[in-house]
Design a protein around this ligand. Structure first.
Ligand code: NAP
Length: 253
């Protein structure tokens, strides 16, 4: 297998929500494959910056709140100014709100849809316009969920947003594949991050979930390293519109 299939030397990637959790692991994995990183966060990504720089890559720190669209154009501009081009976008930033469907509030609906779905579309649109200007295609990797495939419970807006991410991934692939733009998604299973702290703290839910995962353990952020490098690299050039479950076998059950 030629090593260059997975080589990202000289490329640059925008990774949203990379100060912690899955985004941090994916940014570091891309950097270790040779990619410079534009990290988009609300809070300080100090640890991720240190790890990316430790891998010998440049880290550009862009602070933005993806609950609104104001920052979309400036994220693209900052990336182009720093690296001269964009090669990869990882739409990772996401939030979750839990409540019964009978009492779920409009605020909890809008907050989740705005970050998890609306900003994913409009940042993808802005980056794809840049890919078209560059004339050499590009890679967009969305972060989906088990709730892109399943209904879940007490997470109405999250399920709607992540099911939407799966559909949007297919739509964008249909429109942009002929332009050399690969749009795919990673659907993490149950991963040990802040996002799932409440589930892991609930002993009963923790045990139920663990018992159902064929791999017998929660996922670790580093489990996304190989999949994200694959989808960012020439190795996946003919993969379009796919949502890749990285779930310890959860969906196979
Ligand atoms: P996490 O530890 O809570 O991290 C979420 C990230 O999103 C943080 O970097 C956060 O940055 C960023 N973010 C949230 N709201 C933002 C906003 N308005 N503007 C900019 N950035 C924002 O969660 P995670 O588990 O790593 O999740 C990452 C992605 O994977 C999410 O899309 C999540 O839905 C998805 N996912 C997670 C799991 C899991 O089991 N953990 C499973 C399936 C899918 P700030 O700290 O700066 O807000």
């Amino acid at each position: 297998m030629p090593a260059r299939l997975f080589d990202l030397t000289g490329k640059s990637a925008i990774v949203t929500g990379c100060n912690t959790g899955l985004g941090a692991a994916m940014a570091i994995a891309l950097a270790e494959a040779g990619c410079g990183i534009v990290g988009v966060n609300r809070s300080d990504p100090a640890d991720t910056r240190a790890r990316v720089e430790g891998a010998g890559q440049r880290f550009v720190d862009v602070r933005a709140d993806l609950a609104a669209l104001d920052a979309v154009d400036s994220i693209v501009a900052a990336s182009v100014e720093a690296f001269g081009r964009i090669d990869v976008l990882v739409n990772n930033a996401g939030i979750i709100r839990r409540n019964d469907a009978l009492t779920f509030s409009e605020a909890d609906w809008d907050a989740v849809i705005d970050v998890n779905l609306k900003s994913v579309f409009f940042l993808s649109q802005a980056v794809a316009r840049q890919f078209v200007r560059q004339g050499a295609g590009g890679k967009i990797i969305n972060v989906a969920s088990m709730l892109s495939f399943q209904g879940g419970i007490r997470v109405a807006s999250y399920t709607a947003s992540k099911s939407g991410v799966l559909g949007l991934t297919r739509l964008l692939a249909n429109e942009w594949a002929a332009k050399g733009i690969n749009v795919n998604a990673i659907a993490p299973g149950y991963m040990a991050t802040n996002n799932t702290a409440a589930l892991r703290d609930d002993r009963e839910r923790n045990d139920e979930i663990l018992a159902r995962i064929p791999a017998g353990r929660w996922g670790a952020p580093d489990d996304l390293a190989g999949p994200v490098v694959f989808l960012a690299s020439p190795a996946s050039d003919y993969v379009h519109g796919h949502t890749l479950a990285v779930d310890g076998g959860w969906l196979a059950r």
